[in-house]
Design a protein around this ligand. Structure first.
Ligand code: SF4
Ligand code: SF4
Length: 510
């Protein structure tokens, strides 16, 4: 089975482009080359077509009239690019591997950037859209269980052995210890104990930083400690009182005023810390809006929040209707006009559209390379793993209150990579390798025919892995794919300043 590595498309501005996912590159091209490519992708023998041209000049429908000499010039260019591996038919063997190497996983363990603990399952709030709430069923029943401090210490010891080993190639890199919940500040002694444990340990290569995600209800009580230890703090708040009205206590009463009071107390007492270390995350739904959220955080705190969306993974069948009701209602009015232009500039990378654009530019080859060598000799033979799932432990590790070890906090708890308890950590690199290979093989056949391969960001854990052939809703045929690339190019042609701003402001972390 083979597919073409290239798709072509015209932007709204009438410009011609191709994208080649083997080379991972998009290029602005002349209309004649565009037409030649179009013929090639339709299966026409382009050499015969050029030879048989009857008139001079030649009219190409929708693109203009061109001299024979010009067409021959672009034909030669087409041949040259083809020799350089563009516009090829590619088969599965060219693209994918489904096996990881054990040493690669160990290398990730030794260069981990973030270890996050689900400190407790308990939370004072029962937010309507909570991933552990009534809308979802892909988690184990919550029993308000706390994570045992000794289990967390065993995890730290396990990773510290790798971090202090010669396999660690990221000297001086910061490793984050994250505290997540439930509400982590409900178990403040745990947080204190782990911070002091980290401070006492010797790490040869790395510095440690702390991060906490909180609902904001206990900030005032514990702020001295959090400030003293320079905690990066992410506060969940959906905007003003109405916007925040899904974030309620179990009895339905609102949490807004209490959180607001805490945040204001923190800002008053520690203004510099607040400026540097505090950020907000707002979930968009049908009770708030982009402009509303933007204005609230700008006016109240002089900050721009990151914007989250409702979790689409693991929704109960019986709750689909309620989920749809809670989803944000897009308004055309909101996404245009002077105020939106201002919002776009201020919130820039926090906006989902710009975020997607960044991912597109990052993955489409020209702006970022994985290895320095790729700057000079891009390895186009390199095989990739199916889907856009991160390599295990390449971003972080998440330990649930039950001691399950997961690749991150954003996925269900059904497929732990290992476990930890008060005795030990049970992680078997080879079994993890086999588990991933098995999942890749399930999706591999769809990826083989998918044009989105080069830009895929689909996490395999968001598919139904309980099935033998989980369906990927992001699968793209040639037309879907060229439409999706076109939408990014249209954005850049409409607002070229975004390109420069993205280059300047995006930080690609190792
Ligand atoms: S959602 Fe998937 S791809 Fe993203 S960090 Fe988590 S495991 Fe990795
Ligand atoms: S979008 Fe889905 S089918 Fe396409 S490459 Fe990614 S995981 Fe495979």
């Amino acid at each position: 089975m083979s597919i073409f590595s290239s798709v072509i498309f015209q932007s709204d501005g009438g410009n011609c482009y191709f994208f080649d996912h083997k080379i991972n590159q998009w290029q602005f091209i002349h209309p004649i080359l565009f037409h030649i490519l179009e013929l090639h992708l339709q299966g026409t023998d382009v050499t015969a077509w050029v030879k048989e041209l009857q008139t001079d000049p030649i009219e190409i429908k929708g693109l203009g009239s061109f001299s024979r000499g010009r067409i021959e010039y672009y034909y030669r260019k087409f041949l040259l690019l083809q020799q350089g591996n563009y516009f090829r038919r590619i088969s599965q063997e060219d693209i994918f591997q489904t096996d990881l190497k054990d040493e690669e996983i160990e290398r990730m363990l030794a260069n981990i950037s973030q270890i996050t603990f689900e400190v407790t399952e308990a939370c004072q709030l029962k937010c309507m859209y909570c991933g552990y709430g009534t809308l979802y069923d892909n988690y184990e029943p919550r029993k308000n269980k706390p994570l045992c401090p000794q289990t967390a210490k065993n995890v730290i010891d396990y990773f510290s052995r790798f971090l202090n080993s010669p396999k660690n190639k990221s000297r001086d890199k910061s490793v984050y210890i994250g505290f997540y919940g439930g509400e982590p500040l409900l178990c403040f002694p745990f947080v204190e104990e782990i911070v002091s444990y980290i401070k006492e340990k010797t790490f040869l290569n790395n510095r440690f930083k702390f991060a906490i995600t909180t609902n904001g209800l206990l900030i005032e009580k514990y702020m001295d400690f959090l400030v003293e230890n320079n905690f990066n703090m992410l506060i969940s708040l959906d905007g003003d009182e109405d916007g925040n009205s899904y974030r309620t206590f179990a009895n339905g009463s609102p949490s807004f005023q209490q959180v607001l009071g805490n945040v204001q107390a923190l800002r008053t007492r520690y203004p510099e810390y607040f400026e540097k270390y505090v950020n907000f995350n707002a979930v968009l739904h049908n009770r708030n809006s982009f402009p509303g959220v933007y204005r609230f955080f700008r006016d109240k705190f002089g900050k721009f929040p990151s914007i989250g969306s409702l979790n689409t993974l693991g929704i109960k069948d019986s709750q689909r209707e309620n989920f749809v009701k809670a989803a944000p209602v897009p308004s055309r009015k909101e996404n245009s006009g002077e105020e939106f232009a201002k919002i776009e500039k201020d919130m820039f990378l926090n906006l989902p559209t710009n975020n997607a654009l960044t991912t597109f530019l990052h993955h489409s080859g020209q702006l970022a390379v994985k290895k320095y060598n790729d700057l000079v000799f891009p390895d186009i033979q390199a095989k990739k793993l199916p889907s856009g799932t991160c390599f295990p432990f390449s971003k972080k590790v998440f330990v649930t209150a039950n001691g399950k070890i997961l690749p991150c906090e954003r996925i269900g708890h059904d497929f732990p990579l290992g476990t930890a308890d008060s005795e030990n950590v049970h992680l078997d690199v080879h079994s993890i390798n086999q588990f991933y290979s098995m999942q890749y093989k399930k999706i591999y056949r769809q990826c083989l025919q998918c044009y989105g391969v080069g830009l895929c960001v689909q996490c395999i854990f968001y598919l139904n892995l309980k099935e033998d052939n989980p369906r990927c809703s992001e699968f793209k045929n040639a037309e879907d794919f060229s439409n999706s690339i076109k939408s990014y190019i249209d954005l850049l042609e409409k607002d070229p300043w975004k390109y420069a701003k993205l280059l300047k402001e995006t930080i690609v972390e190792d």
